[in-house]
Design a protein. Structure first.
Length: 132
C-alpha cells in the first residue's frame, strides 16, 4: 500500500512543476523515475518478507535485463541511422523487422543462460518435428 504513494506522488509534483512553467517533458521523466523507485521498493519489500538474496537477484535477473535493454537500444539507434529509405512506411517496416531479428539474437546471446537456451532448443525441435 505504501509503495503506491511513490507513483501517486507524480500527480502533485507534476502539477506544481507545470504551474511554474517547467518543461512539459519533466512530468514524463518524473513518472519514469518514480516507477523505477516503485520497482526498487517492491524488490526491497519482497526481500524483507521472503529473504531471497538481493545480490543474487540483481546479478541473475536485473543485470541481464539491463544489458539486453541497452544493447537493443544501441542496435535500434544504429539500424535507424543507417537504414533510411525514401518511403517512410517501407523504412519503418524494414527497421522494425531488423530490430526484431537483432533483439531476438541479443536476447538469446546475452539474456538467456545455457540451461534455458537448451530448453528453448528442445521446444523448437519438437515443434519443427510436429510440422514436418
Amino acid at each position: 500500500i505504501y509503495g503506491r504513494w511513490i507513483t501517486l506522488s507524480a500527480l502533485p509534483i507534476s502539477y506544481i512543476l507545470l504551474r511554474i512553467h517547467a518543461n512539459p517533458l519533466i512530468p514524463v521523466i518524473l513518472v519514469a523515475f518514480l516507477s523505477f523507485l516503485y520497482s526498487l521498493f517492491i524488490v526491497w519489500e519482497m526481500n524483507r518478507y521472503y529473504r531471497f538474496g538481493l545480490k543474487r537477484f540483481f546479478v541473475k535477473s536485473l543485470l541481464p535485463i539491463a544489458i539486453v535493454s541497452a544493447l537493443c537500444f544501441i542496435v535500434g539507434f544504429v539500424i535507424h541511422s543507417f537504414v533510411v529509405l525514401k518511403n517512410v512506411y517501407a523504412s519503418l517496416a524494414v527497421n522494425s523487422m531488423l530490430l526484431v531479428c537483432a533483439s531476438v539474437i541479443i536476447v538469446l546471446i546475452f539474456g538467456v543462460d545455457a540451461k534455458d537456451r537448451d530448453f528453448l532448443k528442445q521446444i523448437l525441435a519438437s515443434k519443427i518435428k510436429r510440422f514436418s
